[in-house]
Design a protein around this ligand. Structure first.
Ligand code: TYD
Length: 315
């Protein structure tokens, strides 16, 4: 919704001027308006491939339902100085016309029927084709919250409310439930099930068949009020077949060895192996092992670290 400046006052009345500006990001090539629309009428039911428009309700009121492929929202237009911007590929439906409503639209191009998408199924199909992330034809992806350049491979299932960042790689046979967030550049190898309550930050690597848990006292048909939370902080790597128990935070750039059973929090830069997992050393952001002398370590990649009160910090 754009609020246009109204010039004038109650004495003289008001004036709104429309011209190419920050608020109107296109050259106005056409103006059209509707009037005498019966109150029960519904109009629109289409999207435009290229056309941009701003819709004004000059008299009366209307409602406009918009859907951009991710979010649906109903806007109510009641003021002549308010404009609803309808960008490209926004499905819109106008309804609840008040008596005597006058709707004016400014448009970025002349009328071209070939720019219309009037069939909703076709609109959804075109949206899917234009997506900037890849979904293998044999994956089931119910979420729309998926970042650019992410790839989701076959036989994976992503639930509706899962949030996945940009440039992630979700390999074959991965399940991601609803209350799950993945940051950017996350790799999830095959055979991983990420349950509700698991939050994974940027640049994390989850090896094949890593096993997560979200219930401390599992009993069939008995459900906790809330699932336990597990946080994997940025840059951490988890080796194949490791098991991560719940209510656990794995620190930044930590490494969990293959087959490890992680039973408690892991601090930043720690290397943890075994069952139950034990700290056997520390690694650099680049992954190489750090050798400490007098609580100081310098990696061959030039990063430097300090150990204080049992924790490792990057200097
Ligand atoms: P349409 O855009 O479908 O209107 P609404 O969404 O309000 O129902 O157009 C209705 C008819 O008017 C359609 O046959 C095309 C025609 N038309 C033009 O000839 N020129 C125009 O600039 C517009 C907007 C529509």
């Amino acid at each position: 919704m754009i609020n246009f400046k109204s010039m004038g006052d109650e004495e003289k009345g008001y004036l709104v001027a429309l011209q190419k500006s920050e608020e109107i990001p296109f050259e106005i090539k056409r103006v059209y308006y509707t009037y005498g629309v019966p109150m029960h009428a519904k109009r629109g039911f289409h999207a435009h491939k290229k056309l941009e428009q701003i819709l004004f309700c000059l008299n009366g009121s209307i409602k406009v339902k918009c859907f951009d492929g991710e979010k649906e929202e109903v806007f109510t237009l009641t003021k002549p100085n308010e404009g609803l911007y309808l960008g490209t590929m926004v499905w819109h439906e106008m309804f609840d016309y008040s008596k005597d409503s006058v709707i004016m639209v400014i448009a970025s191009d002349v009328y071209k029927e070939e720019d219309y998408i009037r069939n909703y199924e076709e609109y959804i199909k075109i949206l899917k084709e234009n997506k900037n992330y890849f979904v293998h034809e044999k994956a089931i992806v119910d979420s729309n919250n998926i970042g650019k350049d992410t790839r989701i491979w076959g036989f994976s299932h992503i639930f509706e409310n899962a949030v996945i960042g940009e440039n992630c790689n979700i390999c074959e046979h991965v399940l991601i439930e609803n209350d799950v967030t993945l940051g950017d550049n996350v790799t999830v190898k095959s055979g991983v099930y990420i349950w509700d309550g698991i939050f994974i930050e940027d640049n994390v690597f989850i090896g094949p068949s890593v096993s997560f848990v979200n219930d401390k006292y599992p009993r069939s048909k008995m459900y906790p009020e809330e699932f336990s939370k597990t946080i994997i902080k940025k840059g951490a790597s988890i080796g194949s077949n490791a098991t991560i128990l719940c209510d656990i935070t794995i620190g930044q750039y930590a490494t969990i060895g293959a087959g490890t059973v992680v039973t408690k929090d892991v601090k930043d830069f720690e290397i943890v192996v075994g069952n139950p997992g034990k700290v056997i050393g520390y690694n650099c952001i680049c992954g190489k092992k750090l050798i400490f002398e007098d609580n100081k370590a310098k990696c061959s990649c030039k990063n430097e670290y300090e150990k204080k009160d049992g924790k490792v910090y990057k200097i």
